[in-house]
Design a protein. Structure first.
Length: 509
């Protein structure tokens, strides 16, 4: 039963969640959180304040002790808007690395939204619904359109509660003109995508984050309810925002669900929710305690165990992302899908020879789909261009490390072969460097067996005997000459990688 941990370094607070993966489900065993206001100075002058960095490092040191206490086997630590926007972000990442040994991954707003979507979907029965999700953090607000479990659109808006408070609300309680100016800015950002969102019909609107939790609690007090309903109406949301704006932080903190630190930024957050609901035509939203950390945990579980229920959702997201990337760069999808099919057949047929773990099957398949994206820039040097585009593109469902490995496979599908001193290899994990030549060879063979792009080879069988490997392509024998010729050219590399002779024969279908 592996133990996973997810840490989210946000503009307002730092959060930890530790969970044990048992019976294909996540069981949360520990949580911790502390407000550090890391993004506060970033929105003011573009720099992380030394005091906020020091406080964040102390919190992460505490989290580090917790991960050791609970025997965490795998951890992901990500940061969102504060490190995306700060000019001195490297100072914090190196500080954290020296104290804890952890590498912080700075993720984009869109990747943040995808992970939140994965976290919610993995834990709530909404796979058959059309849902609008929004997560309002300290620096940004991620808005996601989910249709039957698939992300149809995603937007990252600069409407974080800390950011807006810093930029527009210097007084406490805020002045009327400050509120007017802030709402004008909110309206401008919300209007950018309101037409596309209002065109949709939603079964449900779900809000995550501390601001949504605080509004849910404050609504209870406003309506005189004794228990949380987790549903906040549009009318109550606007009424609550206006009421909170008339009070100072100490008075706002007395509302149910709003503590002293949240009271400092709740006015900005409340108006974002109220105005979004109005402009997007939403009658209410339902608060969910799920979020970014749950998405990180879900992805770790999906990668750990293909049988996990999170796995099918992650696979769906990855497939959607690959298809979208192919469309963006004008890739011949039919050709790439056939190469992908042949590569996966080779992976299965030669398992006893390559001994690669199941995760590499996914990365080889992704490289097969994206192998030709570099032609979008220039067909000359397309493999180098493919490496650059894959490693630097936002491809949902794949971590930067996974994208680097996929990109490196695509890099060596031309004349060059991976060498230990090559810069792409230096960016890979040691285990991935050892696996790379095998992955490259499998995909090179698959490409060779579709050299004419006519789908002449439909099936591949293999027999491993002593020092020989017999490969038999099955399909349209009269169209297979070019494929057999191209595969013959990979014999020397096959011998170099596997230390065996590759022998080819063909049969008609």
């Amino acid at each position: 039963m592996p133990v996973f941990a997810a840490i989210d370094i946000g503009a307002n607070s730092v959060r930890l969640k530790i969970a044990r993966f048992a019976n294909r489900r996540m069981q949360v065993i520990f949580e911790d959180r502390e407000v550090t206001r890391l993004g506060e100075s970033v929105f003011r002058n573009g720099l992380l304040a030394p005091e906020a960095m020091d406080q964040t490092v102390k919190v992460l040191s505490r989290f580090h002790r917790a991960t050791q206490r609970y025997g965490v086997e795998q951890l992901r630590i990500v940061s969102t808007s504060p490190l995306r926007d700060a000019r001195n972000a490297r100072a914090l990442t190196e500080w954290v690395k020296s104290v804890t040994g952890w590498n912080i991954q700075v993720i984009s707003g869109l990747e943040e939204g995808r992970l939140i979507h994965l976290g919610v979907l993995s834990n709530m029965p909404i796979a058959k619904k059309t849902v609008l999700m929004f997560d309002l953090g300290g620096g940004s607000c991620e808005v996601t359109v989910s249709d039957r479990g698939h992300i149809r659109a995603m937007y990252s808006l600069p409407l974080g509660a800390v950011r807006l408070t810093q930029e527009f609300l210097p007084h406490d309680p805020p002045k009327k003109l400050e509120i007017v100016q802030m709402r004008e800015f909110i309206a401008e950002e919300v209007h950018r995508v309101s037409g596309r969102i209002r065109a949709q019909r939603f079964d449900l609107a779900i809000a995550t984050s501390g601001t949504a939790a605080a509004l849910d609690g404050a609504t209870r007090g406003l309506e005189g309810r004794s228990e949380y309903s987790h549903t906040v109406s549009r009318e109550i949301s606007l009424r609550l925002a206006k009421e909170l704006a008339k009070r100072n932080a100490k008075e706002r903190a007395e509302y149910p669900g709003i503590g002293p630190r949240r009271a400092e930024i709740i006015v900005a957050g409340a108006f974002v929710f109220a105005d979004m609901m109005a402009y997007y035509g939403l009658p209410s939203f339902r608060y969910s305690p799920l979020g970014l950390r749950d998405g990180l945990l879900a992805q770790m579980a999906a990668d750990w165990d293909p049988r996990a229920r999170q796995h099918s959702q992650l696979e769906s997201e990855r497939q959607d992302a690959l298809i979208e990337t192919c469309k963006r760069y004008g890739v011949d999808r039919k050709y790439c899908e056939h190469v992908c099919d042949l590569a996966l057949q080779l992976f299965e047929a030669l398992k006893r020879l390559h001994n690669l773990s199941p995760e590499y099957r996914q990365w080889i398949a992704a490289a097969a789909m994206l192998q030709e994206v570099g032609s979008y820039i220039n067909r000359s040097g397309r493999h180098r261009h493919s490496y650059y585009l894959i490693s630097n593109s936002e491809i949902f469902g794949f971590t930067p490390e996974q994208r680097n490995f996929i990109a490196t496979i695509a890099r060596y599908l031309g004349k060059s072969r991976p060498a230990i001193d090559d810069s792409p290899l230096k960016k890979l994990r040691v285990s991935d460097r050892a696996a790379l030549p095998k992955a490259v060879l499998l995909l090179r063979l698959a490409r060779a067996l579709n050299q004419s792009r006519r789908g002449a080879v439909q099936k591949i069988t293999a027999r491993i005997q002593d020092s020989n490997v017999w490969l038999r392509p099955v399909g349209k024998k009269d169209l297979m000459d070019l494929e057999l010729w191209a595969a013959e050219k990979e014999k020397s590399y096959f011998r170099e990688v596997f230390g065996r002779e590759l022998l080819l024969s063909s049969n008609s279908a």
